[in-house]
Design a binder for this molecule. Structure first.
Ligand code: AMP
Ligand code: MG
Length: 334
C-alpha cells in the first residue's frame, strides 16, 4: 500500500471520511498530536488500529467527537461536574473518562466500563469529524513506543505502507497529548498531564484533584508502557539553579567518551552552553511542549546519540513536559 499525505482541502477530507465509512484507518491532525482513527462503532476497523500501530490491545483508545451530542453517543451517566467541564474546556485538549455506553465495542476501551472522550479544537480535525458523522476512536498516530507525531511527515515516517492517507493539518499547536481526567467516579482524578493544566481544572472543579501515579492498574494503561522514545538515549535534568552548569558538565563528559549529545534548552538559557550542540526550544514552555516530540525525532535524524533535556517548572504545561521527559528517558535524571 502506498501512503499519501493529503492537504486539508474539502475533497480530501471527504475522501478520508469515505475511507472511514468503508471500515478503514486514516491519520488526522488534532491540536495535541496526530491521531490514527477509525469508526468507533466498527470493531473490525478498531482492531485494525491496534494492528497498524503495534499497540497492545489492553491500552484503550480515545473517542473523538465534534459535539456534545457525540459524547452522549458513547458515554452515559454524565455527572453535573462532567457537564461543567465539557462546557468549559471542550473543544480543547481535555479527555474526560466517563461511563461507557453498552453499544460501544469493548475493543475501543480495552474492556473497561469507562470511555475516554475528547472534542478537538483543531479546525481540520473538526471538519474531518463532521464529514465522518460517527465518533472516531484514535490513539496517537506513531508506531508504539516512538515519540508522538506532531506533523504529517512524522506519521508518514512511522506508518508508510500501512495506511493510505495522512490528512495534513500542519504542525500541532500544543504538541503534547491531552490531559486525561477521570470523572466516572465520586471525585475527579488526573490520569495524565497534558495540554490543559491541573491548576485550570482545579479552578473549574472547585476542589483539589488527585493525581493517579504509577501503573498498578489498567486505569490508564498509557502509564505502563515504554513511551515517547527516540533511538537516542534521553537524559533530563531537574529544574534548579545549577541546571545549566550540570548539563554542560555532563555534555563535556559524554563528548570525551566519544558520544554525540545534543542539548534541549529554553532560548533564554542558550548562551550558557556556548558552542555546544543544542536545539532551542522557544521563548516559553508552551513552545518547549510544542517542539519536544519533533526535537526527539530530529535528534535521531541528525544522528545524535544522547539528548540532554533541560527541566522545566512543574506548574501549567510544565507538568506534561516533565511527564513525557520522564517516560522518554526511562526516568534517567542527571
Ligand atoms: P494515546 O492517544 O496513544 O495517548 O492513547 C490514549 C490513552 O488514553 C491511553 O493510553 C490511556 O492512557 C487513555 N485512556 C483512554 N481511555 C481510557 C479509559 N477509559 N480509562 C483510562 N484511560 C483511558
Ligand atoms: Mg500515544
Amino acid at each position: 500500500m502506498q501512503t499519501l499525505i493529503l492537504d486539508s482541502k474539502e475533497e480530501n477530507i471527504a475522501k478520508c471520511a469515505r475511507y472511514i465509512a468503508r471500515g478503514g484507518v486514516v491519520a488526522f491532525p488534532t491540536e495535541t498530536v496526530y491521531g490514527l482513527g477509525a469508526d468507533a462503532f466498527n470493531a473490525d476497523a478498531v482492531k485494525e488500529i491496534f494492528r497498524v500501530k503495534g499497540r497492545p490491545s489492553d491500552n484503550p483508545l480515545i473517542v473523538h467527537v465534534c459535539s456534545a451530542r457525540g459524547i452522549r453517543e458513547v458515554a452515559e451517566n454524565i455527572s453535573p461536574l462532567a457537564e461543567k467541564l465539557i462546557s468549559e474546556f471542550m473543544p480543547g485538549a481535555l479527555t474526560l473518562v466517563l461511563k461507557k455506553k453498552k453499544g460501544l465495542p469493548d475493543c475501543v476501551t480495552a474492556g473497561l466500563d469507562t470511555v475516554g472522550v475528547r472534542m478537538p479544537s483543531n479546525s481540520v480535525c473538526r471538519e474531518f469529524l463532521r464529514a465522518c458523522g460517527v465518533p472516531i476512536c484514535a490513539p496517537s498516530a506513531n508506531t508504539s513506543t516512538k515519540p508522538s507525531p506532531t506533523c504529517a511527515q512524522h506519521v508518514y515516517d512511522d506508518l508508510y505502507g500501512k495506511i493510505p492517507y495522512v490528512l495534513d493539518g500542519g504542525e500541532c499547536e500544543i504538541g503534547l497529548e491531552s490531559t486525561i481526567l477521570d470523572v466516572s467516579g465520586a471525585a475527579p482524578r488526573l490520569l495524565r498531564a497534558g495540554g490543559i493544566s491541573k491548576e485550570a481544572l482545579e479552578k473549574a472543579c472547585g476542589c483539589s484533584i488527585e493525581v493517579v501515579a504509577g501503573n498498578t492498574v489498567a486505569l490508564c494503561p498509557g502509564m505502563k508502557y515504554k513511551h515517547y522514545s527516540p533511538k537516542a538515549e534521553v537524559l533530563f535534568s531537574a529544574y534548579y539553579g545549577g541546571m545549566s552548569e550540570r548539563i554542560a558538565e555532563v555534555y563535556d563528559t559524554l563528548v570525551l567518551s566519544g558520544k554525540r549529545p545534543v542539548i534541549l534548552c529554553a532560548d533564554f538559557n542558550a548562551e550558557k552552553y556556548g558552542e555546544r550542540k543544542m536545539y532551542k526550544m522557544g521563548a516559553d514552555y508552551r513552545a518547549y511542549a510544542r517542539l519536544l516530540f519533533a526535537s526527539l525525532r530530529r535528534a535521531d535524524a541528525e544522528n545524535y546519540d544522547t539528548v540532554l533535556a533541560e527541566g522545566v517548572p512543574s506548574d501549567g504545561i510544565g507538568a506534561a513536559i516533565i511527564n513525557r521527559l520522564v517516560k522518554s528517558s526511562g526516568g534517567k535524571i542527571i
